[in-house]
Design a protein around this ligand. Structure first.
Ligand SMILES: NC(=O)c1ccc[n+]([C@@H]2O[C@H](COP(=O)([O-])OP(=O)(O)OC[C@H]3O[C@@H](n4cnc5c(N)ncnc54)[C@H](OP(=O)(O)O)[C@@H]3O)[C@@H](O)[C@H]2O)c1
Length: 323
């Protein structure tokens, strides 16, 4: 097993993506030092402690992004760090301080600790496509977004896109700090993440799928979509593959919410379409996201249809949808 004898830290381990990352790391034989804000909250820890291998190789630490030195104990003596912790608050009525400070100051807090630990071979940063494509350039069907794209903090700030601003500033600062402190860092930039949930609570990126199934009116926005299991796998490949470097965009497909509903109705014909749904809008052409670098990491992508099916079945199992 590739992780045998290796110790890694996962920050924000109770989250949607990080839970899958911890699961896959344990499956590969890694010892995982997992950070959560409240180790006494069973909603944050029970699903992790129930994973195969957890009893033998999972240790939980308390750490908070805005507390200087908070991650020292969890990162000490590690071979690698996966920094996923960051508030995922996608709605427009959150304050700048709620998302930007923990994303930016928190990332630097974690990296400052990493810089003091000589055993660390690589840091994998969970960035986002929010740090890639928020630059005001029109995303027309002839456009292919790739890793050379960077979001523009001024554009994010003017447009009050606080989550995107936080992720953009955090990734920018992380590259600068890593270069200055000779930290070997790789960034993962997923689109909107879906797929089955391990944690008991509903996370922000799966919520729109639940809304579509429940017939809640949502704006028909366009996103790139990727399965949480592929996102976790890409993090591990980025750590293990010695030649991995730079950024990796992750997107199986780009689709608007009506396009997602169209696939959902193919799987569950009884679903009622959302208000203002039209077949024409559902099939509207979109921009693309380059798959080349993700493929070089060995990511072949779970098809969106299967991700959607597994998302719905998981939401049913956890009683978010009453079948
Ligand atoms: N889901 C997506 O579509 C998507 C797409 C691209 C990138 N990402 C990135 O992936 C990462 C994980 O996202 P997710 O979707 O898995 O979200 P999630 O389920 O909401 O998990 C976020 C994690 O961050 C932790 N966190 C938030 N604020 C914190 C603070 N002040 N101190 C310490 N920990 C804090 C949370 O800890 P607690 O459990 O203690 O609350 C939680 O474990 C984030 O960096 C996000 O930006 C997500």
């Amino acid at each position: 097993m590739s992780g045998e004898g290796k110790v890694v830290c996962v920050t924000g381990a109770s989250g949607y993506i990080a839970s899958w990352l911890v699961k896959q790391l344990l499956q590969l034989g890694y010892t995982v030092k997992a950070t959560v804000r409240d180790p006494n909250d069973p909603k944050k820890t029970e699903h992790l402690l129930a994973l195969d291998g957890a009893k033998e190789r999972l240790e939980i630490f308390k750490a908070s992004l805005l507390e200087e030195g908070s991650f020292d104990a969890a990162i000490d003596a590690c071979d690698g760090v996966f920094h996923t912790a960051s508030p995922v608050l996608l709605s427009s009525n959150v304050s700048q301080a709620d998302v930007v400070d923990p994303a930016l100051k928190g990332t630097l807090n974690v990296l400052r600790t990493c810089a003091k630990v000589p055993s660390i071979r690589r840091v994998v940063l969970t960035s986002s496509d929010a740090a890639v494509l928020s630059n005001g350039k029109p995303l027309t069907p002839d456009v292919t977004v790739d890793e050379t794209w960077f979001s523009d903090p001024n554009f994010c700030e003017k447009s009050k896109l606080w989550y995107r601003l936080g992720k953009t500033l955090a990734e920018e600062a992380a590259w600068k700090f890593s270069e200055e402190n000779r930290i070997n860092m790789v960034a993962i930039n997923p689109g909107m993440v879906l797929g089955p949930l391990l944690q008991p609570t509903l996370n922000a990126s799966v919520k729109p799928i639940l809304n579509l199934v429940k017939g809640v009116k949502i704006p028909c926005e366009t996103y790139s979509w990727v399965d949480v299991r592929d996102v976790a796998k890409a993090h591990i490949q980025a750590f293990e593959n010695l030649t991995a470097c730079g950024r990796y965009c992750l997107a199986e497909r780009v689709a608007n919410h009506f396009g997602i509903f169209k696939i959902l109705r193919g799987l569950y014909p009884e679903l009622n379409p959302p208000e203002e749904y039209t077949e024409e809008k559902a099939s509207e052409p979109t921009h693309r996201v380059s798959k080349e670098r993700a493929q070089s990491l060995g990511i072949t992508y779970i098809p969106l249809e299967l991700s959607l099916k597994d998302t719905i079945e998981s939401l049913k199992e956890k009683n978010f949808i009453i079948a």
